[in-house]
Design a protein around this ligand. Sequence first.
Ligand code: S0N
Length: 284
Amino acid sequence: YHRVHDTVPTHIPPWKAAIDDSGKDFVDTIYEKTIGEGIAKITINRPERRNAFRPETMKELMRAFNDARDDNSIGVIILTGKGTKAFCSGGDQALRSKDGYVDYDNFGRLNVLDLQVQIRRLPKPVIAMVAGYAVGGGHVLHMVCDLTVAADNAVFGQTGPKVGSFDAGYGASIMSRLVGPKRSREMWYMTRFYNAKEAKKMGLVPLEKLEEETVKWCREIMRNSPMAIRLCKAAINAADDGHAGQQIGGDATLLFYGTEEGNEGKDAYLKRRKPDFSRFPRLP
Ligand code: S0N
């Protein structure tokens, strides 16, 4: 036994393009494995869209994860995004329709929810390797991974209530467990982005700035979609009140996409204008 053998080499291994047995190409993703080291790397490859995902992206990621699971030479899987600007920016808002995201079919899908379940159930560790933005559904993907290694340019956040969307399944419950229920509420209600330094300061302000900051928080929340916030709240509570609510949460997202309020956020994002949720009721 030599202590020297305990040191872990730090060089990046040569990655070799991998295939699965479907015979189909990977278009939105890059699937690679190391030679002889037991590591698979799965990269979302839509950097021109900050690695936003569409249904095809999800299908390919699920194929790659499935293959890495079945390959008994693989012991750990890295999930990452192409380039340094984004890990993943969530669902592709340009492809959002009344019943989910649409690319090659004439109906929508929310198949990212299936990928989340697959990653959670996969019996091998999945490590999110995050450079740049991990926001929206991309933030949820990093949260469902076992571990996250973040570069110093990483930015984390949920955009849902700003773009008329939310993840009332794992996106709420896992966050509540990871950062605590109060911080989850901050992230979902206010849709702020946080770098690693800011994340540590969430909720702490100097005494003399207390009221000023509190009112600012109220205003930040009031800018966002009331229905999305209402359902985020129910979803964050579901983690402690019983997981049974979570499927209902996913279905609620689906219904919400068919409403005018849900589309206001997406349209505002795509037209690069501020969303205006003022005409929507804040139900008691
Ligand atoms: C990522 C952001 C912060 C990057 O900002 P930056 O660096 O200033 O770049 P931009 O100029 O804004 O972007 C560069 C180009 O990339 C496009 N783009 C970026 N993100 C998206 C996106 N998500 N969809 C479509 N296009 C995107 C830009 O449009 C731009 O293109 P060009 O150059 O052609 O103008 C910033 O881009 C940002 O805020 N992006 C939006 C992030 C967002 O709101 N994501 C969606 C959030 N919602 C979800 O993810 C849904 C949640 C979910 O996953 C889910 C859960 C349960 C049930 C269903 C779902 C579901 O799938 O919906």
